[in-house]
Design a protein around this ligand. Structure first.
Ligand code: C2O
Ligand code: CU
Ligand code: CU
Length: 486
């Protein structure tokens, strides 16, 4: 078992070395930063993030964006990206960068099979872009790091929504800036409703609630502190942009779509009062069958949809969703309500795994940080937009083995692939964890572990990224690209 504090501070250490140190300084000046990092490794986090007492503010639900126009086969949306000052801590305004000026951008709720076009207008003073995380989209709508929207300009992105219903999310992916931009608010939900979902009668409408989890470091004046090496000081936990809020619920079933957008923290979530969560979906959509979970682990970028049944609760009951580091959110049971929702035993069959000739591993992917050079690597190289790391044939199926080599500093990573949803075959030869048997686009790879995935590529051609979604690591170089070729 990893020691949690060591793991968190190891992140700070690595990032300090990676970005705060070497990448910005000549080599000889980087050494003291490393030594400083080593000292910090055995200390408690030093920062004082301003945090109110828990459960003082109500958790908002991000507003749902309406299309500006609807045509026979496409809905058109407009999104403005701008800076604004919003209330995150009670009674204080914090400057954020966000879609619609919100820390959690508006939710797009779209239907499987119905095409969507989004016009993004960049009202910021810097170039940015948008990536649809988990989406099967053409390369020129994928938010490639060098493919940007200049300040004052607009750009159209097209999302075909041909994939099964799933909880996706959108966020900035600007080269070397994605970590800071996402931290400061450039993210929102994108929910595809599957054509098969209505008949399942899962909790819907007001009882289907997206919850974006992250962490932050607030200065005394309420501003968001961002520094790559500051991960240990991001100690304020936020749900939909508010610190440890409460959320009023009725005594019935809810569908919660949990998403971790933090740059580094892995959430280990559980409910108190021995309540269990029933997981119904992972990154790429519904699981074949529901899975009861005592706890749900979400690394950065991952999603889990769970159904929680407050039906047995009494009015006035309070149920806390906890992370290992403290409470995240409290559900307050305030009303009775009729409930004709259910969780069927069978949800959505997985697409059959294509038969593989030999079943052998096609790609070896290694993840490692280099403490001496202060860089983060995939297969011993930092990201280079001018280099194609691997070529993949359109419509082919491959097995990748992803190995985290950072055993010595006990540093976890994960791996996210753009464009595709994959299947986890095994973890160090053992079956995937509960809740991991469905479609995934991001997988946690703990220090020393090897995970094998099977991935089938579709029809889109072009260059797509794969990277660690601990965003200071991707900024530090732990990112690579594949080119899908005919
Ligand atoms: Cu959510 Cu390349 O990222
Ligand atoms: Cu992505
Ligand atoms: Cu990483």
């Amino acid at each position: 078992m990893l020691n949690r504090r060591r793991l968190l501070t190891a992140g700070g250490l690595t990032l300090g070395g990676l970005v705060g140190g070497t990448l910005l300084l000549p080599r000889q000046e980087a050494a003291p930063a490393m030594a400083e990092g080593h000292r910090r490794m055995h200390m408690t986090p030093s920062g004082t993030s301003r945090s109110p007492a828990p459960f003082r503010v109500r958790m908002p639900v991000p507003r749902v964006l309406s299309p500006v126009s609807s045509h026979r086969d496409v809905d058109v949306y407009h999104q403005d990206i701008r800076a604004s000052r919003v209330e995150m801590l009670p009674g204080v305004r914090t400057e954020v960068l966000g879609y619609g000026g919100a820390f959690v951008g508006p939710t797009l709720r779209v239907r499987q099979g119905r095409r969507v076009v989004v016009r993004y207008r960049n009202g910021l003073d810097r170039a940015v872009n948008t990536h649809l995380h988990g989406g099967h989209v053409a390369a020129d709508s994928d938010g490639y790091p060098m493919d940007l929207i200049e300040p004052g300009r607009t750009r159209y992105y097209e999302y075909p929504n041909g994939q099964p219903g799933a909880t996706l999310w959108y966020h900035d992916h600007t080269h070397h800036m994605e970590a800071e931009h996402v931290y400061r608010g450039m993210h929102g939900f994108y929910l595809i409703e599957g054509g098969d979902e209505k008949r399942l009668r899962l909790p819907a409408r007001d009882y289907d609630v997206p919850i974006m989890l992250t962490d932050a470091h607030f200065a005394a004046d309420g501003s968001l502190v961002y520094a790559p090496e500051d991960t240990p000081n991001r100690t304020t936990l936020l749900a939909n942009g508010r610190p440890q809020p409460y959320f009023p619920v009725s005594a019935r079933r809810y569908r919660f779509r949990l998403l971790n957008v933090s740059n580094f923290r892995t959430f280990h979530l559980s409910l108190d009062h021995d309540m269990t969560m029933v997981q119904i979906a992972s990154d790429g959509g519904l699981l074949p069958a529901p899975v009861r979970r005592e706890s749900v682990v979400l690394s950065p970028g991952e999603r889990a949809e769970v159904v929680v049944d407050f039906g047995p609760c009494k009015l006035g009951d309070r149920v806390v969703l906890n992370d290992v580091s403290g409470p995240v959110l409290r559900f307050d049971v305030v009303a009775k309500a009729a409930d004709d929702s259910r969780v069927p035993d069978v949800l959505r069959p997985l697409p059959p795994l294509p038969a593989l000739g030999s079943g052998k591993t096609d790609r070896e992917i290694t993840l490692k940080v280099d403490m001496v050079r202060g860089a983060a690597y995939i297969n011993d190289r930092v990201f280079d937009p001018n280099r194609v790391d691997i070529r993949v044939r359109r419509r082919s199926t491959e097995i990748w083995r992803i190995t985290n080599l950072d055993t010595d500093i006990a540093l976890d990573h994960n791996l996210h692939l753009h464009l595709v949803q994959f299947r986890i075959l095994d973890r160090d030869g053992a079956p995937p964890l509960p809740g991991e048997s469905g479609l995934k686009d991001t997988v946690l790879v703990p220090a020393g572990a090897s995970v094998r995935i099977q991935v089938t590529f579709g029809d889109f051609l072009g260059r797509y990224l794969y990277h660690c979604h601990m965003l200071e690591h991707s900024v530090g170089g732990m990112m690579a690209q594949m080119e899908i070729v005919p």
